[in-house]
Design a protein around this ligand. Structure first.
Ligand code: HAM
Length: 417
């Protein structure tokens, strides 16, 4: 029978790789809780309209990349392509917001985008996501970037670039959009790719982000948003930078950074690494005041970011698993049951280690003990079974092999503790 294979763009994480993900999650939990964030877990499956209304119909994510299918009652459902929309939905649905209250949530988990798989890009990938609701202030954006930096530094990642921009607000962006459309028209719309010709009407800012070389060249001299910010947005952006400057965060201003999701206003940012191939963005985020209201909730400002865990994993060294305390080598099958019970008593005392299964020669058992990296090899055969003893062979240092009663050995551990 032919083997069933995993779906293209989906991956299995075996222990060595999974350990990196666990470490990232632990560090994120520790770091984010120091900033007052609590964990929120939301479903991976949501109604399709949630993403259409939040991320935007004309984005690549909604237009081309969603895993969308009807359920048994023909309702359109979508595997979440990002966490923000679901977190906002949950926040509105729970009705927890009160005016003036700030809520901070983080969430981890798999996201799904139907993109062409390559290094650092999968169809199922994992994000670490943080959102702040109820704080319109620039300091909330700066705090998010500081928290992100603290987390990435704690992971040992320091060679990263932060790109920063302000996308203006609902007051000043319309004039900028018009300035862009005028500019594109002056360059003759027909010279742009088909996607960009459409974007000029639906979201002219996205043209700045086009990867097609001809479009890139055409937008090189396009007007920049930072020349069109209203005084409030200018002050907001200046405050974000003042806090980042004060904290010594190195960043680059990139007035062409527009992000691929439509909900952003004012601050937006991306963190890139140039050590992981062509998919350089390891994290991205920004402010999205207005989204909560658009989705039927209160008029509550919001800001957040997400890190791509697979891309961060590419930057992490393989983790050394801690050495087990023991390897229990059963050299006579008659001792198997007793060995398993003895090992359980050791584990009950907090030790970690494995027991060999089946039958095997002393030589093969010693090889396995060596390979496991255990600090001691405990040997149990017919003699040990008969005498309720265990033979202890230290694997490190120059201690002597000895045979002791199982009870004494267990008691010794208590003394050590
Ligand atoms: P995003 O920039 O679309 O933002 O995704 C955030 C990160 O997820 C990216 O920087 C990248 O590291 C990772 N990522 C995205 N797609 C893939 C993929 N196909 N394979 C591997 N990694 C990927 C958001 O998702 C926003 N929700 C962030 C946010 C939160 N903004 C406000 N709050």
């Amino acid at each position: 029978m032919s083997k069933i294979q995993k779906i293209k763009g989906f991956v299995d994480l075996f222990p060595e790789e999974a350990a990196k993900f666990t470490r990232m999650e632990q560090l994120a939990r520790d770091t984010f809780s120091r900033y007052g964030f609590g964990e929120l877990r939301t479903p991976v499956l949501e109604k399709t309209e949630l993403f259409q209304k939040s991320i935007g119909e004309d984005t690549d994510v909604v237009g081309k990349e969603m895993f969308t299918f009807p359920d048994r009652k023909d309702r359109s459902l979508t595997m979440r392509p990002e966490a923000t929309a679901g977190v906002v939905r949950a926040f509105i649905e729970a009705g927890v917001h009160q005016p003036g209250k700030v809520s901070k949530y983080f969430t981890f988990g798999p996201m799904f985008r139907y993109e062409r798989p390559q290094k650092g890009r999968q169809r199922q990938f994992h994000q670490i996501n943080a959102e702040v609701f109820g704080a319109p202030e620039a300091q909330a954006d700066a705090e998010l970037i500081l928290m992100l930096r603290t987390f990435l530094n704690a992971l040992g990642l320091t060679k990263l670039t932060v790109e920063l921009n302000s996308l203006g607000c609902h007051d000043c962006r319309p004039a900028y959009r018009q300035a862009l459309v005028d500019y594109y028209t002056s360059k003759d719309r027909g010279n742009f790719c088909e996607d960009c010709r459409r974007r000029m009407d639906t979201n002219p800012l996205r043209v700045l982000d086009c990867k097609v070389p001809a479009c890139k060249a055409l937008v090189a001299d396009a007007p920049v948003i930072t020349d069109h910010l209203c005084p409030e947005c200018e002050t907001h952006f200046a405050d974000v930078r003042t806090v980042l400057d004060g904290a010594g965060v190195a960043y680059e201003l990139n007035p062409r950074l527009v992000r691929g999701l439509d909900y952003y206003v004012r601050t937006c940012f991306e963190v890139a690494s140039y050590d992981i191939g062509s998919q350089t963005a390891v994290a991205g985020g920004g402010r999205y005041d207005g989204l909560i209201k658009t989705l039927g909730g209160p008029d509550c400002p919001a800001s957040g970011f997400a890190c791509g865990m697979e891309r961060l994993a590419l930057l992490l060294d393989q983790l050394e698993a801690p050495a087990p305390d023991f390897y229990l080598a059963v050299v006579d099958a008659s001792a198997s049951n007793q060995a398993m019970l003895f090992a359980q008593q050791l584990r009950d005392k907090g030790l970690c280690g494995e027991v060999s299964f089946g039958s095997g020669s002393m030589k093969s058992r010693m090889r396995a003990a060596n390979k496991s990296g255990a600090k001691v090899c405990l040997i149990m055969g017919g003699d040990e079974l008969a005498g309720a003893t265990v033979t202890v062979k230290p694997m490190t240092g120059d201690g002597e092999q000895e045979t002791v009663s199982q009870a004494d050995y267990l008691a010794r551990i208590e003394v050590q503790e």
